[in-house]
Structure formats: structure tokens, C-alpha cells
Design a protein. Structure first.
Length: 381
């Protein structure tokens, strides 16, 4: 699937003095019912100040000690689109953990994976034997689920009533016709999308508008270029086996040459195509990302020759993607986040801030989310 995951990232600059116990502050929105993620105090160590900031007051802790609090504040998720919440924390001596289990650290590898309405208690572990002499940072992440339609889904009332492929045996280069018929058994006009798949990879789509009580058909023409046996279908609804006969012109291998990139960069994928015949041939190769064709290349291959085809593809979201070329697996591309503070496509309905500072210091440094979706740093004295 082509992913559109949305990642909200906040980073707070933290100044920790030697042997100081950090104080944490996080702003809580006033309209908690409409907030995607809500933070609330649940202990004597947490309170809301006049600015609706969740203040964790740990300054009375003894130096040279290791102290834990199992239930300091809570995280409530009100949006089903929130998939994961975690804290990226490289600060020595400070850890956040879940539901009273100190081994269940609130980190990327063990995030909150909540459903709407679920509340999770967050504990804090503080080791005051550590020395803090340099500026430190931690990052709070909220990740939203994929908002793009990844699989064929039809509205309630729309049913696949028939599917056929003709012919089911062809020579390389010949076409097959796939015909999928849908019926709207509901009471309102519905729009549905049919996805033509070959061995599970989406190669074409058509959108239909169907009146109540009516039938509409999505008709696909598909050229079969490579010899072999294939399952041609529509989404997960139905499929038929198609046999393609012809000379063994084929994709010998495919590989991802840049397996690790940063969000916004391009990955390179290569495939080698062989033509063992005495004639020059043309073939169109298809690049698939997570089972959906996203790009094509047409090449001419000399008699008894081989050629290498190169694709470049930009990836904007931090995730791991499975790559294939014309049904041959090429490997995967792992995309890491850029080391920048960004927010895209979604805003939390109220401000949220996070900060660390030593107790009794001159002031706090807060990081906030403004209503206009920009991150702002506001020094407070």
C-alpha cells in the first residue's frame, strides 16, 4: 500500500543542570472532548496552572536517588485515526512508562496503540544521580493511521455480483478483458471503486456511480506481457487464473539500490530484463509500492540481450515499503524522519507543549503547537 501516514512531531530544548531533578510541563487543551489527544494530571505531583499547563513538580526529590511514580498523568485518545503515541527520550535518568509497568517504556518500539476513548496512565522514573551539563532534547510523537484507501472497499449496499476474465489463455503481448459487475441494493446512489489486480498487485482502477436497484460494470483491458500463470481479479472479491504462453522473456532480478533514505529523498530501484529470442522486443515494466503500481517504464531489448531498467521514487513518509517490479520482489525501502520539527495535514484542536528545566532555575522553555499549525518556542520567566 502507498502510505499516507501522518506524523506529528514536537521537540523541546531542555536545560538540565548537574544533579538537578527535571521538571516537566505539558499544555492541556480546554476543550478536551474535541481534542485528539488529552493529557490530564492524576497525582499530587501533577497539576494544571493558570495557563492550562500540566506541571510535574519533582523538585522536592532527593539528590542521589532513583524514584518512580506509577501514575503521574494520563493520556486519553479521542480520535480513532490516532494509531500510535510515544515519547522519544534520550535524556539520561528520565523515563516515561505505561500503566505501572516500569519495563513497558513509552518509546517508539513500545508505543501506546490506543482506541478512541482509551485512557492510559503514564509513570515517570527519575534518577537524580545523573549529571546534566549539556542541552538535552526529547520528542513527543502522535502518528495517525493511513488515510488513503489501501484496499478495495465498497459502500454499504454495493455488492459484487459477477466477475469474469476472457480469454484465460493468451500469448505474450495479448490482452485479456476483465468484467466486474456491481449491484446497488441500497436506497441511495453510491459511488464505488473497482481495483483490477494481478497476483494481488493493483494495476488499474475504475470508479462507478450506481443508482439504487441498478447494476454497473467495470471493464478492464489488460495486456499480459510476461509468460506464466497469474491470478487476475478485482480486489479481494473474485479472481480467475490466466495462463500466458510465449518465449521466456522475463525479469531476471530486481533490487533496491538505496534501501535506507530520509523522508523526502528518492530511492533507486533496478531490474534486469532478458530477451533470449532472435528478435528485438519491447516490454513495459511496472514499479509497485506496497502492492500498488505507481510507475511504468517501456524498454526495447536487443535479440539475445539483457537490459537494466532504473526507477527513482520519492518517499515522503517515514515507514518501510515493500517494492516489486512486474511481480518480481525487489526488497524494501526504509524511510527515516528528517531531523526537523514538522506538522502536516492535521492539527490538534488545542495547544500542546512539552518542556524540561531544572527546578529553581531562572525560567522554563516551552514548546507549543499554535492554532495555525506552526511550532513556536516561548520563553517564560
Amino acid at each position: 500500500m502507498v502510505s499516507t501516514k501522518i506524523l506529528l512531531t514536537a521537540a523541546a530544548a531542555c536545560f538540565l543542570l548537574a544533579l538537578a531533578v527535571p521538571t516537566v510541563a505539558i499544555t492541556v487543551g480546554e476543550d478536551t472532548a474535541s481534542d485528539d489527544v488529552v493529557l490530564e494530571p492524576t497525582s499530587q505531583y501533577a497539576s494544571l496552572d493558570d495557563n492550562d499547563e500540566l506541571q510535574l513538580d519533582l523538585e522536592k526529590l532527593n539528590n542521589q536517588a532513583h524514584t518512580t511514580f506509577d501514575d503521574v498523568f494520563s493520556v486519553t485518545v479521542n480520535d480513532n485515526a490516532v494509531e500510535r503515541v510515544w515519547i522519544e527520550n534520550d535524556i539520561r535518568g528520565l523515563e516515561f512508562y505505561q500503566n505501572g509497568d516500569q519495563s513497558d517504556v513509552l518509546a517508539e518500539s513500545t508505543p501506546l496503540e490506543p482506541s478512541a476513548g482509551k485512557t492510559t496512565n503514564v509513570g515517570v522514573s527519575v534518577d537524580t544521580t545523573e549529571s546534566y551539563e549539556e542541552t538535552e532534547t526529547f520528542t513527543v510523537h502522535v502518528e495517525y493511521e493511513d488515510e488513503e484507501v489501501e484496499n478495495e472497499e465498497h459502500p454499504e449496499g454495493v455488492e459484487l455480483t459477477s466477475f469474469e476474465v476472457d480469454p484465460t489463455t493468451v500469448e505474450t503481448g495479448e490482452n485479456v478483458t476483465a468484467n466486474a459487475t456491481y449491484e446497488n441494493v441500497g436506497q441511495t446512489t453510491e459511488e464505488t471503486t473497482a481495483q483490477l489486480t494481478v497476483d494481488g498487485t493493483v494495476v488499474d482502477t475504475k470508479t462507478l456511480e450506481i443508482e439504487p436497484g441498478e447494476n454497473e460494470s467495470a471493464v478492464f483491458e489488460r495486456q499480459m506481457q510476461w509468460p506464466g500463470t497469474y491470478e487476475v481479479g478485482v480486489g479481494k472479491g473474485a479472481s480467475e487464473t490466466v495462463t500466458v504462453e510465449g518465449p521466456p522473456i522475463d525479469v531476471l532480478e530486481a533490487s533496491v539500490t538505496t534501501t535506507d533514505i530520509t523522508a523526502g529523498d528518492r530511492a533507486t530501484i533496478e531490474a534486469t530484463v532478458s530477451n533470449p529470442t532472435e528478435q528485438r522486443v519491447q516490454r513495459t515494466l511496472e514499479l509497485a509500492v506496497d502492492g500498488i503500481v505507481v510507475d511504468t517504464r517501456t524498454v526495447s531489448i536487443a535479440p539475445n540481450g539483457e537490459t537494466t531498467v532504473t526507477f527513482e521514487r520519492q518517499f515522503d513518509d517515514a515507514e518501510t515499503y515493500d517494492i516489486a517490479i512486474s511481480g518480481v520482489e525487489a526488497g524494501s525501502v526504509t524511510v527515516a524522519e528528517r531531523e526537523t520539527i514538522t506538522i502536516r495535514d492535521r492539527e490538534l484542536s488545542a495547544a500542546a507543549t512539552a518542556a524540561l528545566a531544572p527546578p529553581m532555575a531562572m525560567g522554563f522553555l516551552f514548546l507549543g503547537i499554535a492554532a495555525n499549525r506552526r511550532w513556536v518556542f516561548v520563553p517564560m520567566r
